[in-house]
Design a protein around this ligand. Sequence first.
Ligand SMILES: [Zn+2]
Length: 303
Amino acid sequence: MHQVASLEEVSAGVYAYVQPDGTWWINNAGFIVGSESVILIDTCSTQRRTTQLLDAVRSVTSAPVNIVVNTHHHGDHTHGNSFTAPAAIVAHRRCRETLLATGINHYEAVFQQPDWGSLRLSPPVITFESQLDLWADDLAVELHYIGEPAHTTNDVVAWIPDRKVLFTGDLVFHQGTPFVVMGSLAGSRRAIDRLREFGAEVIVPGHGPVCGPEVFDVVERYLTFVHDTAVNARHSGTSPLHAAQAADLGEFAALSDSERLVGNLHRAMAEMDGPHGNDSMSMTQALADMLTFNGGGVLRCLA
Ligand SMILES: [Zn+2]
């Protein structure tokens, strides 16, 4: 049984679309309603979920979606892009490059497979490097690249300064375990500082309920925990998998998808060997170790 998504007007004409329970492939989206058009922030992982998101838009306005922002390339935020045609997809340049290189990726070896629907790759057609301003009438929606690899290599936030609302994409998981295996641990830690600098009062995270800036403290503590665990593992010659199995999760045991710790440790330990560890880490091994940590078999996916 799929849980029903909630639509929350976090500021006048600014909506957060929150899909419970926020675990693997179950993301948040959002939209900003102008008098003639709608800016959508992210799509969803499956055709069904994206259709429901677009139904939610139509429940508050008859204006068409004409711009879609992808906060990063991950499929739970981009798989539904084609269903928004003829809207223009906007993202960081590397989001487009990554999507074109990988295509629609279902990760069959890693996840239980949901009914994806009829997905068709629809890469961004407008890309930028550091900042791009969108407008919903006279309301500015600023897109900022976070500056370096963090959750992925192409993380973008949407900042509405007049309303102090920040859509963080997956730089923030609220009540879920952060995931840096496809980006950088060090970059993710610095990203938290950059997110704080916006001075946001309302945070729409990439997964989990809408919250305030206090969520940054939890994410920061988790990333520090990963760092410290990785340093200890390296000094004692322990593998990422064994370090994760031996770790005391403490307060982080309450976060969903705790197997991400193994992947995060792979990334953290690879980074000790060079910038962002891009050359020394095996993504295949990192993902395989997450399955082992979880007791074998593919990971649960409720999408
Ligand atoms: Zn993601």
